[in-house]
Design a protein around this ligand. Sequence first.
Ligand code: SAM
Ligand code: SF4
Length: 334
Amino acid sequence: MKKVSATLTDSFGREHNYLRISLTEKCNLRCTYCMPENGVLLSPQSQLMTANEVFHIAALFVQNGVDKIRLTGGEPLLRKDFSEILTSLSTLPVKLSITTNAILVDRYIETFKSCGLKDINVSLDTLNTTKFDAITKRDQFSKAMSNIELLIQEGFMVKLNVVLMKGFNDDEIIDFINYTRDKPINVRFIEFMPFDGNNWDKSKLVTFDEVLTAVNVHYAEVGVESIPNEKNFTARNYKIKNYKGSFGIISTVTNPFCDACNRIRLTANGKLKNCLFSTGETPLLETFRDGKSIEGLIQHALHQKKAVRAGMTELEDFENLENHHNRSMITIGG
Ligand code: SAM
Ligand code: SF4
């Protein structure tokens, strides 16, 4: 592994070798926990990174030690120049991955393969078509499902991201785990997090403990096996004995994993976020366009990074919506 430079090392010694790049603020779905009901104010096209700028800014991060890049959004596959972006990034010595809602993936299978992209995270919050329409406000369930099946058949490493919300899909935890019986996929249950305009409310949260209790009760006789944590893990992973796939729980709210955080985020309009929950952002694009070095800005942003969730150390701080003057998730990129 390439050494991470001082530029990408924060004041707690955490080395940031994982860059998430949001390619667009737009989406073809309207997930209620992500996209505010009245939409978002989109940046003018002229303020968004071009394909060429994405490549050169990413290359600078790679020179400083980034060895993993995830493309996200909005919906990254909506970018008309997505293939161009992926092809250029594939020339860098990095592991590439993408987070997508899968609606358009059938158009990109060959591009993924030729660019060596193997890891694909797909958001899917329900296995029920009526509930899918309700949460995404779009009638695309069968397209999402057939594309997920296609990715599995084509041998991609698929992780399904399921944002759990009480009263909406907490009754599907077992159905999702049963989906891993014959499929080599990893289902990740994500605690619902507060962002601008998503009507977060503690009562909708399904916690890590609640998920694990439901699973342990249901599979008591079959057996739930714990899988050792990966380095810089976000999900605590488990599998049901003899099932092909596995499942994990991402517990940012009740059990954060900031100690080993190695992630930084670049928004589609070229701003660096040192934490998913940081209200501050560091604009890189203007300086980059002026032909000046952006490394000092990156280092400064990293040095501002707090130990835990942008300073919301305690659960009470995190649950206080007054502390969340952040962007909406659609414009951050998860
Ligand atoms: N459109 C792509 C997709 O849906 O996979 C990529 C962008 S989406 C913002 C990235 C991830 O953020 C998705 O897995 C989504 O489930 C997650 N996400 C969005 N809002 C969230 C929230 N309020 N709490 C937890 N996860 C959230
Ligand atoms: Fe779009 Fe993904 Fe947000 Fe859903 S979670 S609205 S698919 S960006």
